[in-house]
Design a binder for this molecule. Structure first.
Ligand SMILES: [Zn+2]
Ligand SMILES: [Zn+2]
Length: 402
């Protein structure tokens, strides 16, 4: 924990007016999904959006029960218990339906409450938590709907709880400006997990298969879990450091990576903002040495858990610095500085796991302030909205292009 950060939130206000009061419920919903501004104020908005998202996830969950071959992730299916998921689905329907009915009765944002209730009703009519799962074929193309639902529920609950426990910018709401854009990244990047796994595996085998050496692989596969985990994190972070540095220093790569840096508010959701090409390229380059060196499956599984948790935590709106350990480990404070557009922070703090790499290579931020003032890209040239940002690396201009 550390000194308090600047009180003013580092978010630029965005000029997207909420829908007029006399707009139809559908128009209001479309406006909500397309806007980039702060959530419009009103009693029942936070609970209404929460119920809407939860109700929508229930609806998607029932679809996943109906079409498991096409809508669930083979790697993930092995590790969850379907009966537990049925319980989660049932209680999610109860919570979302309950909040919606409450808001409908009390007259709070009825347009939101009725949309949420509509999704819960559709989920129930489609069989709810009782949909039987028949045998189905493996190894067919799929979208990772189960991965999306479970990670959104799990990460949302866990990291919002941590953000409330150790808040950094206390006046930053959960539904801050541009939350919709980051949610679209979260959704799309989770749905395409099958495509990403397949493509990165093919690229790794195609381009790095020649480097495999049985002797080295045997030695590394036999390492005890803690040693193997430390080594895999170090190897991955060395590759990640130089890849990340190249993203900042090569103009064509910066156009891709600027998308990630365009987030003006830091929280658990903003780290999802990543162009899919960057996702593919970075994962391929990091997986290559992991594959070539031959780490054991348990080490790789532990590594995936650490990466997933640390990557989200480092973007969270949390006041965590870890005292002197911050010179060793990448903390939220360290990565917040990486996202800052303050002068002393530009092109600094590249590491993802071990902060000492930046101290070693001379790229650690040196500042007399504890926390940065402003996040985002200097010059604010990134357009708003998911699709415009997906196109940006091909049609946009960054500060390096000017
Ligand atoms: Zn960066
Ligand atoms: Zn980041």
């Amino acid at each position: 924990m550390s000194d308090q950060p600047p009180t003013a939130p580092a978010t630029a206000p965005v000029a997207n007016a909420p829908a007029e009061d006399d707009a139809s419920p559908i128009e209001k919903l479309i406006d909500l999904s397309e806007s980039h501004g702060h959530m419009p104020r009103g009693v029942g908005m936070v609970s209404g959006i929460f119920a809407l998202i939860l109700g929508f996830l229930c609806f998607l969950g029932v679809l996943a029960f109906h079409f498991p071959a096409a809508l669930t992730t083979p790697e993930l299916r092995k590790s969850y218990d379907v009966d537990v998921l049925r319980q989660v689905l049932f209680w999610s329907m109860v919570v979302s339906g309950g909040i919606s009915v409450g808001n409908l009765v009390l007259g709070r944002q009825r347009w939101l409450a009725s949309a949420a209730f509509g999704f819960v009703l559709a989920a129930a009519l489609l069989g709810g938590h009782k949909v039987p799962v028949a045998d189905f074929p493996d190894h067919v193309p799929y979208v990772g709907l189960d991965w999306l639902i479970l990670d959104l529920l799990g990460s949302g609950l866990l990291f919002i709880f941590i953000e409330k426990l150790f808040p950094l910018r206390k006046d930053q709401p959960i539904f801050r400006a541009e939350w919709q854009t980051d949610l679209y990244y979260f959704i799309v990047n989770h749905l395409v997990i099958g495509f990403i796994l397949l493509t990165t595996n093919l690229l790794v085998f195609r381009f790095f298969g020649w480097a495999v050496k049985d002797g080295v692989q045997g030695w590394i596969a036999a390492l005890p879990l803690p040693v193997g985990l430390l080594l895999i994190l170090l190897v991955a972070d060395l590759v990640q450091y130089w890849t990340h540095r190249a993203y900042h220093e090569v103009p064509a790569l910066w156009r891709l990576h600027a998308v990630h840096h365009s987030a003006k508010s830091m929280d658990w959701l903003c780290g999802s903002r990543q162009h899919i090409l960057e996702l593919l390229l970075t994962r391929t380059l990091i997986l290559a040495p992991i594959y070539v060196l031959g780490f054991s499956k348990e080490v790789i599984d532990a590594y995936i858990v650490v990466v997933g948790l640390q990557a989200v935590l480092n973007h969270c709106n949390v006041n965590i610095r870890l005292g002197p350990l911050r010179y060793l480990i990448v903390t939220p404070n360290f990565h917040h500085w990486h996202h800052s557009q303050d002068t002393e922070a530009i092109d600094k703090n590249y590491a993802a796991h071990f902060a000492f790499l930046d101290h070693l290579f001379g790229t650690a931020v040196q500042s007399d302030r504890t926390w940065p003032d402003r996040y985002g890209v200097k010059g604010d040239y990134m357009p708003e909205g998911f699709w415009r940002q997906v196109a940006f690396p091909f049609v946009g201009k960054t500060d390096m292009d000017r």
